[in-house]
Design a protein around this ligand. Structure first.
Ligand SMILES: [Zn+2]
Length: 489
């Protein structure tokens, strides 16, 4: 990664506001970038998400698919059908703990004979004192008949974003319901094998060829997860849908914990990159950025990461640790203006982020143009998760900074974040991106290829995944061209 410097460092302690001429110049530059991008896309060329990304050989059917895509985009069902079969490259922002469908949680509760506490909206092993009024029993959870619909909705809605936009639910915010998931699932947390089986099935159905999963796995667990993956691939192959899927892991550090715990967790997560083996490719910092400790300790946590990073980089100069960073998952709805001054810039500078996750608050950071320049020139991409941003932060469509990153030439890859809670899929995220950001077929191809560029793997591994993607796109485009001809679309 190239060396970079922020023009203003050390915020918020000693910051100075940029001078007016500098701001005006930066504004002009952005205007230029926006208009250049608009011309570029309008000319029908693939939008480039970074200097060396978005490159592929156009096959004989690409133009036919791009033409049909324009018509299909007008209807959501047609768009889903078209994009489900499209190769999508890598899902680089995926939390297995949030891929869990509410239905799987409910089934786990039934299998374990648990109770559902209606007031706390949590699964428990037994009501305190044995008094089960106010609780649903495992037997009630399986009831049939009219009342079961309401009961089922009550439980499923409590542990996912199901019906979060409907009129019947104005009691809790989407943000609060989302982050309450892990607490509410409680004793009904499914087994690791069941979580991964469901995750892999969906990834194959969505034509994902590479996953970087945020999970603190041991070497033994990696072996078991690989067995589940092999079973899922065999299952699809037997059904006439052979597919290849490579999987790596990112260890995690919860930022919402006291300093000593944060430090221990950080050391464990980073050391796993060297101890668990090559399958652990990076470490990420996560959990709500607007929570009390996340806000209070942000500066100290960045210093702790900086110090540990430098220790490891000195010890392993050829193989420094890799960091990704949930950074700037904030808006004024949930955070103060001041707390967004340097979230992303400090994550780059002190957190050594080689990839930014979400990056939603970039416009509020006092270093916006520095960040865009550093990310573009340093090939530091951003993962964007449309459903999560819309649900958790109310950042949908034109409110989302997708277009700002894109206009600056920063690499972008789509991610699913917590697809079970969000009730989405990788296909769903591509559909949302088309609808929310007005993307063309070439943009989607570019996103797929860029995701491989942004993966935390070797150049050789990227070349191999890119070759697979070339072959998959050629097959996909031939299939769609044939369908369009058959139906006369
Ligand atoms: Zn995330």
């Amino acid at each position: 990664m190239p060396k970079y410097r922020l023009t203003k460092i050390g915020l918020p302690k000693n910051f100075r506001w940029p001078s007016a001429p500098a701001m005006a110049l930066a504004g002009l530059l952005m205007l230029f970038l926006f208009s250049f991008s608009a011309c570029h896309t309008a000319a029908g060329r693939p939008a480039l998400y970074g200097a060396d990304s978005g490159q592929w050989q156009s096959g004989p059917n690409e133009a036919k698919v791009a033409e049909y895509f324009k018509r299909a985009a007008a209807n959501e069902a047609a768009l889903i059908a078209l994009l489900q079969a499209m190769p999508k490259g890598g899902d680089l922002h995926n939390h297995p703990s949030g891929t869990i469908d509410a239905e799987l949680v409910l089934q786990t509760a039934i299998d374990r004979n648990l109770f559902f506490d209606r007031a706390a909206k949590t699964f428990v092993e037994a009501p305190p004192g044995g008094n089960s009024s106010g609780y649903y029993t495992a037997e009630q959870m399986q009831l049939s008949g009219d009342s079961s619909t309401l009961l089922r909705s009550e439980i499923l809605n409590a542990i996912s974003m199901r019906e979060a936009g409907s009129n019947i639910d104005r009691i809790e915010s989407r943000h609060d319901r989302f982050f309450a998931f892990w607490q509410r699932v409680g004793a009904a947390y499914p087994d690791q094998e069941n979580i991964y089986r469901s995750l892999f099935r969906r990834a194959v159905a969505d034509r994902v060829s590479y996953l970087e999963l945020m999970d603190d796995v041991t070497a033994e667990e990696v072996g078991k997860i690989d067995e589940v993956l092999a079973e899922v691939l065999a299952e699809f192959s037997a059904a006439g849908l052979p597919w290849k899927l490579a999987v790596n892991f990112i260890t995690t550090v919860n930022r919402n914990q006291p300093p000593e715990k944060f430090q221990r967790s950080l050391e464990k997560a980073v050391s796993a990159q060297y101890e668990v083996g090559r399958r652990v490719v990076a470490t990420t910092i996560l959990s709500p950025e607007d929570s009390y400790i996340s806000q209070r300790d942000f500066g100290a946590q960045m210093e702790a990461i900086d110090a540990l990073y430098k220790q490891y980089a000195a010890k392993y100069p050829d193989e420094p640790p890799k960091m990704t960073m949930h950074a700037g998952e904030l808006t004024l709805d949930y955070a103060t203006y001041e707390s967004m001054f340097n979230r992303i810039s400090a994550s780059l500078e002190k957190g050594h982020a080689a990839r930014i996750d979400h990056g939603s608050s970039i416009a509020w950071d006092l270093h916006t143009y520095d960040i865009l320049r550093i990310m573009r020139e340093g090939n530091i991409g951003v993962t964007i998760c449309p459903a999560s941003s819309a649900d958790v932060l109310n950042l949908a469509g034109n409110r989302h900074p997708f277009a700002l990153y894109r206009a600056a030439g920063v690499r972008i890859a789509l991610g699913t974040d917590d697809m079970g809670i969000e009730r989405t899929s990788f296909t769903g995220e591509f559909v949302r991106a088309v609808q929310a950001f007005g993307l063309k077929y070439a943009d989607l191809k570019s996103l797929a290829y860029t995701s491989i560029d942004m993966a935390m793997i070797s150049d050789g591994e990227k070349a191999s995944l890119r070759a697979c993607l070339n072959a998959s796109f050629a097959a996909y485009e031939a299939e769609i061209a044939a369908v369009v001809a058959e139906f006369g679309w």
